[in-house]
Design a protein around this ligand. Structure first.
Ligand code: PEP
Length: 253
């Protein structure tokens, strides 16, 4: 079975004390995961060493950064490199979140560079894609998301693309409480898998985990994750609430 992943995206939330409390609560009696099930905490940069020390010793629990630089090293004040993340033992990095694309002008080309550099330092990119509301209303979401994949990922080899996790996050569903229906998620995920299959072949496409993100909660995770092409979720708001996130982990196939 493909990897099924519950990824928490804390965004720019919590103090260090609150972060430690949340991790302690979640990891006190962590759910025992099957080989194909993984839990990832994408925490703010300053909390990475703390989160790493908390997940260490818990099988299939990992830490992610929420971004990394497209530059290797040098005079880039305020940036964090993939190499730095690797040196902390970080395993995943969220790339191309819609908030980064919108507020920090991350382009397809810049994201392709970030994907490359993340892979160079053995980080698994969780590559986000998804359409805004006007595109969904116009019914052109499939081609919109397809372009995001093609422009930032399709330079990769078949071996490299299998190291990527994709997160489909319709922007109109992020932080709005407006979740895509399980059928809408499945429809897009199946489309993305077809696009991957057309480029890399079905065998490769079938290994790639595609997460859904957008107002996933404890109460709707099971329904969404039950769909055949939905391999878990990237979760913002609900990942800050221990009870909710535990339910989301429990909902993994
Ligand atoms: C996200 O930030 O990736 C996200 C999906 O947020 P939320 O779950 O709050 O909609």
């Amino acid at each position: 079975m493909r990897n099924q992943i519950a990824a928490a995206n804390w965004k720019m939330n919590l103090t260090i004390t609150q972060a430690e409390e949340l991790l302690n609560t979640l990891l006190q009696q962590p759910k025992q995961l099957s080989d194909h099930q993984k839990v990832v905490f994408a925490v703010p940069f300053p909390y990475l060493p703390l989160a790493k020390s908390k997940v260490d010793g818990h099988t299939n629990y990992f830490v992610a950064a929420q971004n990394c630089s497209n530059k290797k090293s040098g005079a880039y004040t305020g940036e964090t490199s993939a190499e730095m993340l690797q040196s902390l033992g970080v395993e995943y990095v969220v790339l191309g979140h819609s908030e980064r694309r919108e507020y920090f002008s991350e382009s397809h080309a810049m994201l392709a560079e970030k994907v490359n550099i993340a892979l160079d330092y053995s980080l698994t990119p969780i590559f986000c894609c998804g359409e805004p509301l006007n595109i969904r209303e116009a019914g052109t979401q499939n081609s919109y998301v397809e372009v995001q994949l093609k422009e930032s990922l399709f330079h990769l080899s078949a071996e490299q693309i299998q190291k990527i996790v994709i997160a489909y996050e319709p922007i109109w569903a992020i932080g709005t409480g407006k979740t895509a229906t399980a059928d809408q998620a499945q429809e897009m995920h199946a489309h993305l898998r077809k696009v991957l299959s057309d480029k890399y072949g079905k065998e490769v496409a079938d290994t790639i985990s595609i997460l859904y993100g957008g107002s996933v909660k404890g109460s709707n995770a099971k329904d969404i994750f039950s769909k055949p092409d939905v391999d878990g979720g990237l979760v913002g708001g609900a990942s800050l609430v221990a009870g909710d996130f535990v339910q989301i982990i429990d909902a993994l196939k």
